[in-house]
Write a protein that binds this ligand. Structure first.
Ligand code: SF4
Length: 385
């Protein structure tokens, strides 16, 4: 039986855990740091990549995420890229993304990124309303963003994502609609739009926030697809919208179960049927970067059951859903055989639809996607080898 996954190819994720200042809602592994720490970390990253044992593996996507990767010295980043190009065979058509925040970019920096081969920029805008940006604790204004966006276009970036966030404190449907229209009118190629989640341990969790009610949030989500459609975007994943052909290839590979290797603290990998992550201890990381065996934690060899579950609940995040034939090819069992009763239950409820051999969430199903996906977890007793 073939797995259907080409393990000679991989995506690469590189985590840069530094930010200029911590946003009030953020629970990512990121923090401000001095130049010495950043330098030691970037040096450790190059060593981790050099000794990762993947010499000659083909890479078709690279994603530099964080944190705010644009807060590190571009020459240090260039060193990391040199190492990536030395170890991996980065395909000439590779999608190479860097995340950046408005207010941390200059024309020269963006030009240097282009010279490193970076061809996609992901800008954290979140809102076009300066009051909302202030409430979120963002470091930039909408004008700062406009300047960065313009510089990026001038530096040659023709593939730009904007990150937006809705259900913000004090935000109305009209306000969210304004943000969407102002952002879309700039004609980026891609927009990610997530609702604010108040995470434990963040300053927001300790504050009295005037958040939109559930019904308003539900409508804001529907408004997102409707408004962005007017500007030529289609939803291809629960929270992601793109113009034709500009879907993010790197993130799509997560949802379709392709291999990826994560470098840097806390970065996750899926490689040769195993999931694992790098330590989240910065000092330990810097000390042991030459020896991946000492860095890797939470190593889990995926069973057939794990792979089937992931195929379903990651694949269903995408609007095109999952293909029955592909399931059969990968697992040697029919999707109906394994998930027949769940498929029938949610199809009858109008939360799943089936068409041309594909299964996907309906618009109503997307709103309760967590509930639907949880039902695709198999019981331990269900053995499918
Ligand atoms: S810029 Fe992004 S990663 Fe950094 S603190 Fe803000 S939300 Fe978190």
């Amino acid at each position: 039986m073939t797995t259907g996954i080409d393990e000679r190819r991989t995506g690469i994720y590189v985590h840069i855990p530094f930010c200029q200042r911590k946003c009030l809602y953020c629970d990512f592994l990121s923090a401000p740091a001095g130049e010495d720490v950043k330098k030691a970390y970037m040096d450790a990253l190059t060593r981790e990549i050099r000794f990762c044992g993947e010499k000659g593996t083909e890479a078709d996507t690279v994603f530099i995420g964080g944190g705010t990767p644009s807060t590190v010295d571009p020459s240090a980043l260039s060193g990391v890229f040199d190492e990536i190009y030395r170890v991996f065979r980065v395909s000439p058509e590779a999608e190479i993304t860097i995340e950046a925040n408005p207010g941390t970019l200059s024309y020269d920096k963006l030009k240097m990124y282009r010279r490193m081969g970076i061809n996609r920029l992901s800008l954290g805008l979140q809102s076009t309303d300066d009051n909302e940006l202030k409430v979120l604790g963002r470091i930039h204004t909408f004008d700062d963003f406009l300047e960065s966006f313009d510089l990026a276009r001038k530096a040659g970036f023709d593939n730009i994502n904007l990150d937006l966030m809705f259900a913000l404190p004090g935000q109305t449907r009209e306000g969210w609609g304004r943000t969407l229209r102002q952002a879309a009118a700039l004609k980026p190629e891609h927009i990610s739009a997530y609702s604010l989640i108040v995470e434990e341990g963040t300053p927001f969790a300790k504050m009295e926030l005037d958040l939109p009610d559930e019904d308003t949030e539900y409508r804001m989500y529907d408004d997102t697809a409707d408004i962005l459609k007017e500007y030529g975007f289609h939803r291809y994943e629960i929270s992601n919208y793109a113009t034709l052909g500009r879907e993010c290839r790197h993130n799509s590979s997560y949802w379709t179960g392709k291999d990826y290797i994560g470098f840097g603290i806390s970065a996750a990998s899926l490689r040769h049927g195993r999931r694992y992550s790098v330590t989240d201890d910065l000092q330990e990381y810097i000390r042991n970067a030459d020896d991946r065996d000492l860095l890797l934690e939470n190593v889990q060899t995926l069973t057939q059951k794990d792979k089937m579950e992931e195929f379903m609940f990651l694949g269903l995040r995408m609007t095109k859903g999952v293909e029955k034939e592909e399931f059969q090819r990968r697992f040697g069992h029919g999707m109906e055989e394994v998930y027949g009763s769940v498929l029938m239950k949610y199809t009858n409820l109008g939360l799943l639809a089936q068409e041309d051999g594909r299964v996907f969430l309906t618009d109503r199903g997307i709103h309760v996607s967590n509930r639907v996906m949880a039902d695709f977890l198999l019981d331990e007793g269900d053995l499918y080898d």
